[in-house]
Write a protein that binds this ligand. Sequence first.
Ligand code: ATP
Ligand code: SKM
Ligand code: MG
Length: 215
Amino acid sequence: MSIQTCPGDGTISLPAGCLSHFTMSPSGSHNRHRHIILIGLMGCGKTTVGRELSKLRGTPFLDTDFVIEEQLGRNIADIFSDEGEDYFRKLETTLLRYLVQEKTDASYIISTGGGIVIRPENRTLLRQLGYNVWLNVDVPVLIQRTARANNRPLLHNVDPAERLKTLFATRRPMYEETAHDQFDTSALELHEVARMINQGAERHFSRPDTGRPEE
Ligand SMILES: Nc1ncnc2c1ncn2[C@@H]1O[C@H](COP(=O)(O)OP(=O)(O)OP(=O)(O)O)[C@@H](O)[C@H]1O
Ligand SMILES: O=C(O)C1=C[C@@H](O)[C@@H](O)[C@H](O)C1
Ligand SMILES: [Mg+2]
């Protein structure tokens, strides 16, 4: 199965059915990946910055939330309400396993879902995929940004400010463990964030030890 890149905007589509049929053991990977992976809380800018970075570097763009929605033909809010959060987390793991075993020399920009770091296996898989950047954004800024859309099930029927504060406290050590670099991007314009990550990636991938698969 091969990954397709849309000619228009460089967004990646995975082969149909890859999440339902794919069951590899993560230890089966021997590839050295050089992807750039964006992690962080809802609203920190992973999707928006990921697209900008993809344009800047001229490399394909993949958003794990979009791939899961595309593969299932349903939106995340419906997946959460029908099958539950745990089912969604398993889909994220399956997708990461798929990407880790993929034999490719291409370098993607991978924007992730905010909770992808919760499962310990995912944290290992993310490190195997390449350079992980945590977009660390102040909670008051996240509150403003997430207020503009209603497509985040974990913010439904709760006080979004309280929920984001709790998620920040719980997930902070997980982002720290996964990230090679963290940038506070609360007050930065999109192009500034993209440029900063681009420079970080150049530094990361030019280190002699980088590229060795992580255990
Ligand atoms: N640096 C920035 N400056 C101003 N606005 C931004 C910046 N980054 C992102 N935004 C805005 O914040 C909102 C949320 O961004 P985005 O959807 O990219 O977040 P996300 O991290 O992908 O969230 P999720 O985890 O829910 O997918 C969008 O409206 C986006 O335009
Ligand atoms: O922070 C989270 O747990 C989530 C973030 C979004 O990107 C989606 O993956 C989903 O809404 C869950
Ligand atoms: Mg996103």
